[in-house]
Ligand binder design. Structure first.
Ligand SMILES: Nc1ncnc2c1ncn2[C@@H]1O[C@H](COP(=O)(O)OP(=O)(O)OP(=O)(O)O)[C@@H](O)[C@H]1O
Ligand SMILES: [Mg+2]
Length: 361
């Protein structure tokens, strides 16, 4: 656990942090977000003692960080920065092995660990371990930066705009990878970003800052659903209800989907309450959909199927994806499939509304 307790930090006359308190529970990701200069990077540097506070305490597992010698403290803290900071004259493997080497880990173990971490971050060890930083794309360098921070298996990770320099598409991939790595490793993470969509994706909790103060903390869906004041409301934007849908997983909201075997005759009398019936094969693979429009008089469900209506979302995607899919089709709903393409349910506008507070203030 990381705790900020009434922390203030000045640089000369500049007040960078003014009585800041927040807590990052073990194994969770807290995202610091707010306008430029609000004190995000300063907060991170207080955790690994690159800076000392003027007032208050920063604690790790209950102990004020100033009671740890900086070198000992930093062994337990991985630090990822926007400019990555890979050493140009060292290979990827040597960069990743930097801290393990300081800890006395021998070459064979460092090499094995680098291989494991490259696998984890989605780079082929054989292809990448002997490359130099200059031979990497921005996204690959960011991945190696994350691998290096994880090398000594620290319980805490500090990430200062780790994906800031990457284009939007690659950034989303890196975010997904980070989320799946975090699901496995359960580090205690402080993650700094400017990008609210990124915060909504990766955060368990958001700490929204302004001018050295914490303005609101909470789960992203709480902050988007109930902004504490006009500043937060403006910061999260008028599309906050839409952004909030990205916090909810389709599999948690889907309802049963009416389905019929491809070879069967579709008898609408059995499906009175439905506007659409889904067609599947023997293995429940989704083949298509038949809307209620009279074509069901045809001999088999497969003949009645409308080719234009085959879109679907996966059960692990978000309600925001489901809404986008619904708006893309002529139906007022979308089928949900598992990773094998089996029909597992459907999402209608009613499920989307059910995840939205009645009154978003
Ligand atoms: N070394 C320094 N000397 C003097 N002032 C500093 C120093 N570092 C930061 N500041 C000031 O402290 C305040 C907080 O800076 P900090 O770097 O923590 O902001 P930030 O939230 O990380 O901003 P950004 O989003 O632009 O990275 C700013 O007003 C900044 O100008
Ligand atoms: Mg910063």
């Amino acid at each position: 656990m990381i705790e900020f307790e009434h922390v203030s930090k000045h640089y000369g006359n500049t007040v960078a942090l003014d009585d800041v308190s927040f807590t990052v529970p073990d194994g969770t990701v807290s995202v610091l977000i707010g306008p430029s200069g609000c004190g995000k990077s300063t907060s991170l540097r207080l955790v690994n003692r690159l800076l000392e506070p003027n007032d208050g305490y920063v604690r790790v597992d209950g102990t004020p960080v100033r009671e740890f010698p900086p070198q000992i403290l930093r062994r337990g803290i991985g630090y990822v920065i926007q400019s990555v900071g890979l050493l140009p004259h060292m290979t990827v493997e040597e960069n990743i092995g930097l801290v393990p080497k300081l800890l006395g880990c021998d070459k064979r173990d460092r090499s094995r660990r680098a291989g494991e971490l490259l696998e984890l971050i989605g780079l082929s060890p054989d292809e990448y371990r002997n490359k130099y930083p200059i031979q990497l794309s921005g996204g690959e360098a960011q991945r190696v930066g994350v691998a290096r921070a994880l090398a000594a298996n620290p319980p805490i990770l500090l990430m200062d705009e780790p994906f800031g320099a990457v284009d939007p598409l690659n950034r989303e991939t890196l975010q997904q990878e980070f989320i799946s790595i975090q699901r496995k490793l359960r580090k205690t993470v402080i993650f700094v970003t400017h990008d609210l969509d990124e915060a909504v994706r990766v955060a368990d909790r958001i700490v929204l800052m302004r001018d050295g103060n914490v303005v609101q903390t909470g789960a992203p869906e709480e902050i988007l659903g109930a902004p504490a004041n006009d500043f937060v409301r403006e910061f999260v934007g008028s599309d906050r209800a839409l952004k909030r849908l990205a916090r909810f997983i389709v599999g948690d909201f889907m309802i049963d989907a009416p389905s019929v075997d491809r070879g069967a005759h579709l008898d609408w009398n059995r499906y009175r309450d439905f506007e659409v019936v889904y067609v599947t094969d023997d293995h429940r693979h989704l083949l298509g959909a038949v809307p209620r429009d009279g074509r069901a008089a045809m001999s088999s469900a497969e003949d009645a199927m409308d080719d234009a209506l085959v879109g679907a979302v996966s059960f692990g995607s978000t309600l925001r994806d489901a809404l986008a899919e619904i708006l893309n089709t002529e139906l007022a709903e979308t089928p949900v499939v598992d990773e094998h393409g089996h029909l597992v349910g459907r999402i209608t506008m009613a499920e989307i509304y059910s995840a939205t507070p009645r009154r978003i203030v």
